[in-house]
Design a binder for this molecule. Structure first.
Ligand SMILES: [Zn+2]
Length: 257
């Protein structure tokens, strides 16, 4: 079923859709370097494509808002082209979007995020906007719930940026993002960054170029459309089930193409 895409609807079409819509999905990405083999809009495009697929599955209960195509990317700024929002800016944009959509009587929101660097900010946004605006703001990393497919296909001990996971997702969802003739693995560097990653006693900031000379982690040369499809489909199953239960949606299409 074709999803409700707010950017492509007239106001009368939106009015009719609001008869059934219970949830607005807000896709959130980033504009940041993705190594030599992927373009900088990657996260924004992947968030948009995931939102469309989730919107199809949750039709007619979900409406997809315009994508926020920049995010919190300070750690990539020393590579050419990256644009970063301050966390407070991202929260301010979300506040304005949620307030506007609440005016149209939408009170449930999913921040569908494709960029790991946004997660801490979205946690704050979820708590503060839900409390301040009297709505429910949920958030999810687009494919983080695809645990079985990741376990099966991802071998790199550190992955998550322009790696076999993300490039595979792009090959499946938006292949124009990938320079397939330039795929490389991480060019790791030694440094204190290893001591500051999640799971250590102390965590803290480091720049991407301290960790990897080419801006990638993981091993993109292992990417494939098949891996991307398995990860995306499992994540969509998880997201669809969680939202159907949370929002008590009676009869979504529940289709798994
Ligand atoms: Zn990315």
């Amino acid at each position: 079923m074709k999803p409700y895409l707010l950017t492509e609807m007239t106001h009368s079409e939106v009015r009719d859709a609001l008869e059934t819509v219970k949830l607005a999905i807000i896709p959130i990405g980033a504009h940041e370097q993705h190594g030599p083999h992927m373009v900088e809009s990657c996260d924004a495009v992947l968030a948009t494509e995931m939102a469309k697929k989730l919107g199809e599955r949750l039709h007619p209960y979900a409406l997809i808002s315009p994508t926020i195509n920049m995010g919190v990317s300070h750690h990539h700024l020393n590579f050419p082209g990256t644009i970063s929002l301050e966390p407070s800016t991202l929260i301010a944009i979300l506040r304005d979007m949620v307030k506007s959509l609440k005016k149209h009587e939408i009170t449930n929101f999913l921040l569908l995020n494709a960029h790991g660097g946004n997660q801490a900010t979205l946690n704050v946004a979820s708590i503060t906007l839900s409390s301040d605006l009297g709505v429910k703001v949920y958030y999810a990393k687009t494919t983080a719930s695809a645990k079985k497919a990741m376990e099966k296909h991802i071998q790199s001990p550190i992955f998550g940026h322009s790696c076999e996971r993300e490039v595979s997702e792009a090959l499946y969802l938006a292949p124009h993002l990938v320079r397939t003739d330039l795929l490389v693995k991480a060019d790791w560097k030694q440094g204190d960054w290893k001591k500051l990653r999640p799971g250590n006693a102390v965590q803290g900031p480091y720049q991407y170029e301290e960790m990897t000379a080419n801006g990638c982690i993981g091993d993109a040369t292992r990417s494939s459309v098949k891996i991307g499809r398995e990860i995306v489909d499992e994540a969509l199953d998880e997201l669809e089930q969680a939202l159907t239960e949370l929002l008590k949606l009676k009869s979504p299409t529940m289709s798994s193409p």
